[in-house]
Ligand binder design. Structure first.
Ligand code: SF4
Ligand code: SF4
Length: 483
């Protein structure tokens, strides 16, 4: 008997050929998309000039303000150690936190308002990430050349020239980053003292924070760049919720641009079914976040307008009308509106509400700051002696009082008490507090025995300046009468 199986006819033995399983192709699926380095091309134009103007304005303010002095003191200083905030002649205490809170609310509302009107204006022109990236890219262009030179350098091997260029770029980046870190800390520690301490390598914490912020600037503007906007900034994610059909955005006019494609200059391209876009990709090459605006509105777009500058340059060369990429609105594009019609829609209910709330809060904050009494009085009962009978049959209570002079001049202050018949200040009734200083004093209040029944009675300690009627505070406290 054969071991071989037979065919259906049972005659010819057949060899069994094992069928190998089909090879499974190994696919590697990365969890994260590797970042493609963006080397934007430089461009000139209206938006590029505005971006540079904003770099100058914001950085002159940022680097310059800490060196400005008012009343022989740093004009803007958030002195956390002393718990005082000097703001252009105003002295605020932690108790004035309400002003800082209001300022933050006003800033947030302003951001909402500008976003509703003109999209990501803040991101493209004023955000520190955009501003420092612009400065760092300028240094990159100066040391390594424009886009094509930088791309060549990226792909070339390490030569002496490449080493020197990279070294120069990183050294300049580090210098800017260190100066930025130093300036930032100079808003919280008096900058002149900080300069001396840093030069002498004293003040470990100050040096730590200078280096920390320098490293953050170096990393964010030199390496992370658009990734900060795309992956780290929460505003990029929720700003689209503030857009509506009348928000001005950088927009590609697809009806005019498509079908895109190259063509010879001067031909009747429309007869060939082509639109105004010659598909040169200049708009993509100049984009700092590396997107193609022709794909429509994308959350990565920071609204810098550089693609508008780029496309207008191309349109000029082709003798086509400008504005294939332009600031427009969804309604403007869909209904073919001109600039006047688009601008008329700016004052819509949502914008008016944001504007009214913003104006109201700003006026309230300014008025409140203007009428604010520059004197703080905190009264704390002395826990050692609650109440006692002293010579002359008087009941005496003792308090510790903190007087905070929030003016830039020494203040002579007078003290008085009210709330019970015959209540008086038995300690010094006049005290001087130095300019922008706090002073603790002990205050003894006395009232005639029998003026009130046993228990706690509300009374007031009045502190006022005899020369300035605006400096007067009435602090509430209690007076204990023993059984
Ligand atoms: S720059 Fe203008 S013409 Fe060139 S690809 Fe972009 S949209 Fe088209
Ligand atoms: S698409 Fe245009 S506006 Fe948006 S980030 Fe790129 S260059 Fe700037």
């Amino acid at each position: 008997m054969s071991d071989h199986p037979t065919s259906a006819r049972g005659k010819v033995p057949r060899k069994v050929i094992p069928i190998a399983p089909a090879p499974i192709e190994a696919h590697e699926q990365p969890l994260f998309e590797a970042r493609k380095k963006i080397q934007p091309r430089s461009i000139s134009g209206v938006f590029a000039r505005w971006r540079w103007a904003m770099v100058w304005i914001t950085q002159l303010f940022f680097y310059g303000i800490p060196w400005l002095q008012i009343n022989a003191r740093q004009a803007l200083l958030f002195d956390l150690e002393q718990r005082r905030f000097y703001i252009f002649g105003w002295l605020l205490y932690p108790q004035d936190f309400i002003y800082l809170t209001t300022l933050l609310i006003v800033s947030a509302l302003a951001l909402f308002l500008f976003t509703a009107v003109a999209g990501r204006l803040w991101c493209g022109f004023s955000c520190p990430q955009s501003v420092y990236t612009e400065i760092f890219m300028w240094i990159e262009r100066r040391t390594e050349g424009d886009r094509s030179a930088r791309l060549r350098l990226d792909h070339s091997g390490w030569t002496r020239e490449k080493l020197l260029k990279r070294l120069a770029k990183h050294l300049l980046w580090l210098l800017i980053a260190l100066w930025t870190g130093f300036t930032f800390v100079g808003y919280f520690v008096p900058i002149r003292t900080l300069a001396v301490e840093v030069m002498a390598l004293q003040g470990a914490w100050q040096i730590f924070w200078v280096l920390f912020y320098a490293l953050a600037t170096y990393g964010n503007a030199g390496f992370l760049r658009e990734q900060v906007c795309t992956h780290m900034c929460p505003y990029a994610r929720f700003q689209s919720a503030m857009f509506d059909k009348d928000t001005l955005l950088v927009t590609y006019d697809a009806a005019r641009g498509e079908s895109r494609g190259p063509r010879a200059k001067g031909i009747d391209y429309q007869a060939q079914g082509l639109g105004d876009c010659i598909d040169c990709k200049l708009c993509v090459q100049v984009c700092p976040v590396g997107i193609d605006i022709r794909d429509g509105l994308q959350y990565q777009c920071i609204g810098c307008g550089l693609c508008i500058d780029a496309c207008n340059t191309v349109m000029d060369k082709m003798h086509y009308p400008r504005g294939l990429i332009r600031m427009s609105t969804e309604n403007g594009m869909a209904k073919g509106w001109g600039s006047a019609q688009i601008l008329r829609r700016v004052l819509r209910p949502r914008v008016l509400i944001y504007g009214a709330v913003l104006l109201g809060l700003t006026v309230a904050m300014v008025v409140s700051l203007y009428v604010r009494v520059p004197l703080k009085v905190d009264v704390v009962r002395d826990r050692g002696t609650l109440s006692r009978i002293v010579a002359g049959g008087q009941i005496e209570n003792i308090y510790r009082v903190q007087l905070g002079n929030a003016t830039e001049a020494p203040q002579r202050l007078q003290l008085a008490a009210s709330g019970l018949e015959g209540l008086r200040v038995a300690s010094d009734t006049e005290v001087t507090v130095e300019a922008a200083a706090d002073r603790w004093i002990v205050v003894r209040l006395q009232a005639p025995y029998g003026v009130a029944g046993p228990g706690s009675h509300p009374v007031q300690l009045e502190v006022h300046s005899p020369v300035d009627g605006a400096i007067a505070v009435q602090a509430k406290t209690t007076f204990l009468v023993p059984r």
